[in-house]
Design a protein around this ligand. Structure first.
Ligand SMILES: C[S@@+](CC[C@H](N)C(=O)[O-])C[C@H]1O[C@@H](n2cnc3c(N)ncnc32)[C@H](O)[C@@H]1O
Length: 620
C-alpha cells in the first residue's frame, strides 16, 4: 500500500469539491472515470536509494518506477522542475523488444575476434527480450495520459515548460488534453520533427510518414518562462536586406545614396519544423540499442531553448536516457524516471560514461517486477498454480484454474502494464460483480480476484457480502505474494588475487564460472523456436553457451566502500556487444580478460547478465 496519496494540483481548499476544479473538454467513453483517480491523489511509496554515483551535489536522480509515483515523491520532497520533456509510449499497438547479444567468452575472445572481423554486428548471436508494450485502447490511454500529465504539472515550477513528444496515432487527442490541463492560453507550439532519412516502403497507398509532433506548453505564460531563440546554419547563404524597427514598424536600412543595404546571411532562426536525422542502425556512436531512442540533436534544441544552466530538466518516460544525458552535457541538473529495468541500466551506464554524478533510486511500490511490466505479465501465468488460458472466457479474465468440486474458476489479474487497474476499490469490485460476472457461464460457482493495492480489504469484503446480486463466491488474493517469488539470483564462482609484497597492481577478482538459469531458459526458448522454423535453406544454428558461461556477463562492478546498503561502484567494466570493454565509463578496444580490478580491497561484487538481471555477492 502507498504511504499516502498526495493531492494532484490544484490543492483542494478545505470544504471545496475536488471535481469542480476539472473541466473535461474532450469527450470519450469513460472520460469521467479519471476523476476518481484524481480525487484520490498520487500514490506515494517508499523510495530506496540503490546506488550513489559521485558526491551528487546537484541532487540528480535516476528513478525506477512509474511517472505518477515519482511525481508524488518529488512533490512530497518539495522538488520542482523547470523543464519537462516526455516521449511516452504512443498507443501504437507495438511491442518493443531489446536485442540481447551473447558476449565473447574471454578465454577465446582473441580467436573469435579474428574470425569475426569480417562479420556484420547483427550476425553476432542475438535473441530478443520484450521491453514494453504499447497496449492501451485509445480511451484508456487518454485517461492514463491525463493522470500522468496532471501529476507532472503538479511538480512543475510556475515558470516551467513542457514538451510532449507524440505522433499521428494520438497526438491530436493529447493536444486537447493538454489544453484541458495546462490551459489553451499556455499553448506555445506544435513542433514537427521531420526525419528526412527514414527508410520508406512503397507498398502503402499513403504519403510516407516522416514527422512526429512535439507539443510545447508552458505552466503559466505570465510568470516569466525561459525561452531562447535558436539559430541554425543555412543550407545555402542568402542575401538579405538590413532593417530596423522604427515606431514598431520594420524599415529597410539605406546607405547615403538611398540604396537598400544588404548582407549575406549564413544562419536562420529555427522555426517549428525541425529537420533532424533519425538515428539509423548504421550510426556508430549514439545508438545504445534502445528501440525508441531519440537523437540528442533533438533534445539539445529543447533544453537550450527552454532552460538555463543549473535548472532542473526532467523526463518521466526516460527510456535510454537521451534527455538526461543531454541535460548533463549542457550543465543542467536532471531527473530521469522509467518503469523498465533496461532503461535504468542503459541510462546509468550512459551517464557514467559522460562523467555525471547522480543517485539511482527505486520506488518500492510493492510490485516486484521481473525486468519490466510486460515480462512480469508473461511470467504470471506460470506463477499462479494451475492457471491456464481458457478460450471460453472474455479477455477480462487472465485465465482459469480447475477444481474437482467447483469446476472452472475464472481468475482476474490486474494488468501491470496499465497502472490504472492496479488498485482494487469499490468501483472495480462493482464492475466485476455487475459487468464481468453476469457474462460468465451459469455453471461458474467461484472466481478469484488478484489485487496489488486494495483500498481496504475488510471494506471490500463487506461490499461483496452486502451485494446480493450474485451467488458466486469471490476470493480475494494478494498478487504481491506471487510476484515475490519471481526473482532468483544468478550463480557465480570467483576467486580474488591480492597485491603481492613487491608489486602493487591492485586487487583482482577472477570470474571462474557464471550460471544464469534465467538467461539459459531464454536461450533454450530461442533455440526451440529456431529449430521449429529451420529449413534446408535456413539450417538450425542453435546458440551454444560454454561450460563456464562467461559470455552471459554484460557488466561487473565492485564496491570497496560498504558491505551493505546503497551500491558504490569503485570499479566497473561493461562489455559491449562487440566484446570491447568500457572501463569506468571509458571506451577501449580491449576484450574482457575475465577479471575485474580495483585499487582498494573489494567488499562486494555485482554481476549483470546480458538480459539485465543483477546479482550481488560478498567478497571475502
Ligand atoms: C518511447 S520510450 C522513451 C524513449 C526515450 N525518449 C529515448 O530517447 O530513449 C517510452 C518509455 O516509457 C516507459 N514507460 C512506460 N510506462 C511508464 C510509466 N507509467 N512510468 C514511467 N515510464 C514508463 C517505457 O519503459 C519506455 O522506456
Amino acid at each position: 500500500m502507498p504511504i499516502k496519496y498526495v493531492p494532484f494540483i490544484p490543492e483542494p481548499i478545505e470544504g471545496q469539491a475536488v471535481l469542480s476544479n476539472f473541466n473535461r473538454i474532450l469527450k470519450y467513453k469513460g472520460a469521467d472515470d479519471v476523476s476518481m483517480t484524481i480525487q484520490r491523489g498520487m500514490p506515494l511509496y517508499e523510495m530506496e536509494k540503490q546506488e550513489a554515483i559521485g558526491k551528487n551535489a546537484d541532487g540528480n536522480m535516476v528513478i525506477r518506477g512509474e511517472c505518477v509515483s515519482a511525481c508524488a515523491y518529488l512533490k512530497e520532497q518539495g522538488i520542482q522542475v523547470d523543464l519537462v520533456y516526455i516521449d511516452p509510449p504512443f498507443a501504437s499497438g507495438a511491442d518493443y523488444a531489446k536485442k540481447v547479444y551473447i558476449r565473447r567468452n574471454p578465454k577465446v575472445a582473441e580467436v573469435i575476434a579474428q574470425a569475426e572481423q569480417e562479420l556484420d554486428i547483427d550476425e553476432l548471436k542475438a535473441f530478443e527480450e520484450k521491453m514494453y508494450g504499447d497496449v492501451w485502447d485509445k480511451e484508456k490511454y487518454l485517461n492514463w495520459m491525463y493522470e500522468n500529465l496532471m501529476a507532472i504539472k503538479s511538480i512543475m515550477s510556475e515558470t516551467a515548460s513542457i514538451y510532449v513528444h507524440l505522433d499521428f496515432h494520438i497526438g491530436h487527442y493529447v493536444k486537447i488534453l493538454m489544453d484541458e490541463i495546462f490551459g489553451e492560453e499556455n499553448y506555445q507550439n506544435d513542433i514537427y520533427w521531420y526525419y528526412y532519412n527514414k527508410l520508406h516502403g512503397a507498398t502503402k497507398k499513403v504519403f510516407p510518414r516522416a514527422t512526429d509532433m512535439i507539443l510545447y506548453y508552458v505552466k503559466n505564460r505570465d510568470a516569466g518562462f525561459v525561452f531562447h531563440h535558436l539559430t541554425e546554419e543555412r543550407d545555402k547563404p542568402v542575401k538579405k536586406l538590413k532593417y530596423s524597427f522604427v515606431d514598431g514598424h520594420i524599415q529597410n536600412n539605406k546607405d547615403e545614396n538611398g540604396k537598400a543595404i544588404t548582407y549575406i546571411s549564413t544562419e536562420r532562426q529555427i522555426d517549428n519544423v525541425w529537420k533532424l536525422s533519425m538515428l539509423q542502425p548504421a550510426d556508430k556512436e549514439e545508438p545504445v540499442g534502445y528501440a525508441t531512442q531519440k537523437p540528442e540533436t533533438l533534445l539539445k534544441r529543447v533544453i537550450e531553448a527552454s532552460s538555463d544552466e543549473k535548472m532542473i530538466v526532467a523526463d518521466f518516460f526516460g527510456g535510454s536516457g537521451t534527455t538526461v544525458s543531454c541535460a548533463h552535457r549542457l550543465g543542467r541538473k536532471f531527473i530521469h524516471c522509467d518503469i523498465g529495468l533496461n532503461s535504468i541500466q542503459t541510462t546509468r551506464d550512459r551517464l557514467v560514461a559522460n562523467g555525471a554524478e547522480f543517485d539511482v533510486l527505486e520506488i518500492k511500490d510493492g510490485v516486484q517486477l521481473y525486468r519490466n511490466p510486460v515480462q512480469t505479465m508473461d511470467r504470471i501465468e506460470s506463477l499462479i498454480p494451475g492457471l491456464k488460458n481458457e478460450d471460453s472466457l472474455d479477455s477480462f479474465w487472465e485465465g482459469a484454474v480447475s477444481d474437482s468440486k467447483l469446476g472452472t474458476i475464472p481468475v482476474y489479474v490486474p494488468n501491470l502494464m496499465d497502472s490504472t487497474s492496479k488498485l482494487l476499490d469499490k468501483v472495480m469490485m462493482n464492475r466485476i460483480i455487475h459487468q464481468a460476472i453476469p457474462d460468465l457461464d451459469s455453471s461458474i460457482k467461484k472466481i478469484i480476484v488478484y489485487f496489488i493495492d486494495i483500498t481496504d480489504e475488510a471494506e471490500i469484503q463487506k461490499f461483496i457480502k452486502e451485494d446480493d446480486s450474485t451467488n458466486i463466491e469471490i476470493e480475494l488474493r494478494d498478487l504481491k505474494a506471487v510476484l515475490d517469488d519471481v526473482i532468483i539470483g544468478d550463480y557465480a564462482e570467483f576467486h580474488t588475487e591480492e597485491p603481492s609484497d613487491d608489486l602493487f597492481d591492485g586487487y583482482a577478482i577472477v570470474i571462474d564460472k557464471f550460471i544464469s538459469d534465467r538467461v539459459l531458459s531464454k536461450i533454450a526458448e530461442f533455440n526451440q523456436k529456431a529449430f521449429l522454423n529451420s529449413s534446408e535453406k535456413k539450417p538450425y544454428k542453435p546458440i551454444e553457451i560454454s561450460e563456464d558461461g562467461l559470455e552471459l556477463i554484460e557488466f561487473l562492478s565492485v564496491d570497496c566502500t560498504a558491505t551493505e546498503g546503497e551500491w558504490h561502484s569503485d570499479s566497473e567494466i561493461k562489455i559491449d556487444k562487440n566484446g570491447f570493454i568500457v572501463v569506468n565509463g571509458n571506451k577501449t578496444k580491449d576484450f574482457w580478460d575475465g577479471t575485474i580490478r580495483s585499487e582498494k580491497k573489494p567488499l562486494r561484487l555485482k554481476i549483470r547478465n546480458i538480459c539485465g538481471d543483477e546479482t550481488v555477492w560478498e567478497v571475502y
